[in-house]
Design a binder for this molecule. Structure first.
Ligand code: NAP
Ligand code: GLV
Length: 308
């Protein structure tokens, strides 16, 4: 079996070492390779379009991440080639940690207490009614579900929005564009866990963000392209929104001149809310390759018509 491997990241050696250990029978070529056309499987992160064009009859392309938006021109891949994304592989726990921290920090007003400490001010702030602190999750897939499940024991009212109808105990669910405005109304903290697709690109614009109540918070942990940066900044500047926690950006690294860097209401991190874990990911991909070799079906195949 021949694998073609490429990552735009800096840890190719860790991947190759893990792949050789878990799939000792495989012959692994790194891109660029004259043998790309003979690969049975390709494992890629942010591949150049030339790599995809060089592939022959691959049985599957494994994306080394949950989001496949960095695979150029997904729709141009031959229809019989499976594009497979990572499902959890250790990311769900990380995402649950990150978002739980963001929610608790805002609800318990830790920023206000940090400021009080700076001023040596001893003042107990009134407890906010939890029943009014509705947390809304855009996307109830692998990661959205993990986040909702992690938040449930804290007792926040939870809502989630997805493309197809979903049921999750303790979560009020809604579906599709016709229910989006109703979903947003009343959400005090909005978590974005949607994939970036032609349907979700720029979804969080001024009109949609203005559906949130005065003083709401936004947490974007999926992709920067979902959010219109200038619209968020206007709403933060004019006190309509109270704060944003951002892990993902249209341009990464975030350019030094971007206003997000120094905005007093923005907290940002460099795309670390849920990083790809090599060992877990290789184990998942190897198990799927073994299934395909045995003629069994696998999960995580990207639906071309929806792009995720
Ligand atoms: P997933 O399992 O595919 O879940 C995606 C969810 O979004 C599903 O609930 C899906 O609805 C919903 N959705 C998709 N298109 C929609 C639309 N047009 N309208 C309404 N809902 C829509 O993906 P995941 O594994 O949870 O990952 C989600 C995203 O997180 C990834 O695509 C990636 O961009 C991002 N991510 C970020 C990091 C990070 O470190 N920042 C790490 C990993 C992933 P259905 O349930 O109806 O299909
Ligand atoms: C990371 O952002 C991923 O999509 O896995």
């Amino acid at each position: 079996m021949r694998l073609l491997f490429y990552t735009a990241g800096s840890n190719a050696e860790s991947w190759l070492e893990a792949l050789r250990r878990v799939l000792p029978e495989a012959h692994i070529d790194g891109w660029p390779s004259a043998l790309a056309g003979e690969a049975d499987y390709a494992l890629v992160w942010k591949p150049p379009v030339e790599l995809l064009r060089a592939l022959g009859q691959v049985k599957a392309i494994f994306n080394l991440g949950a989001g496949v938006d960095s695979v150029p021109d997904v729709f141009a891949l031959p229809p019989d080639v499976r594009l497979v994304r990572l499902e959890d592989a250790g990311m769900a726990e990380q995402m649950a940690e990150y978002v739980s921290h963001a929610v608790l920090r805002r609800y318990r007003e830790f920023d206000a207490y940090a400021e009080q400490q700076r001023l040596s001010e001893w003042r107990q702030r009134p407890r906010r009614p939890k029943s009014e602190f509705i947390v809304g999750i855009l996307g109830l897939g692998v990661l959205g579900t993990a986040v909702a499940t992690a938040l449930a024991p804290f007792g926040f009212p939870l809502r989630a929005w997805s493309r197809t109808h979903k049921l999750l105990s303790g979560v009020a669910t809604s579906t599709g564009m016709s229910e989006l405005d109703g979903f947003l109304a009343g959400v005090r903290l909005l978590v974005c866990l949607l994939p970036l697709t032609s349907q979700t690109q720029g979804l969080l614009d001024r009109a949609r963000l203005s559906r949130l109540p005065q003083g709401a918070y936004v947490v974007n942990v999926s992709r920067g392209g979902l959010l219109i940066d200038d619209d968020l900044l206007v709403l933060l500047d004019n006190d309509r929104l109270a704060g944003a926690t951002l892990d993902v950006f249209r341009d990464e690294p975030l350019p030094p001149e971007h206003r997000f860097w120094h905005h007093p209401r923005v907290t940002l991190t460099p795309h670390v809310s849920a990083v790809t874990l090599v060992e877990e990911s290789v184990a998942q991909i190897a198990a799927k390759i073994r299934c395909l070799e045995a003629g069994r079906p696998i999960t995580g195949v990207v639906g071309r018509e929806y792009g995720y």
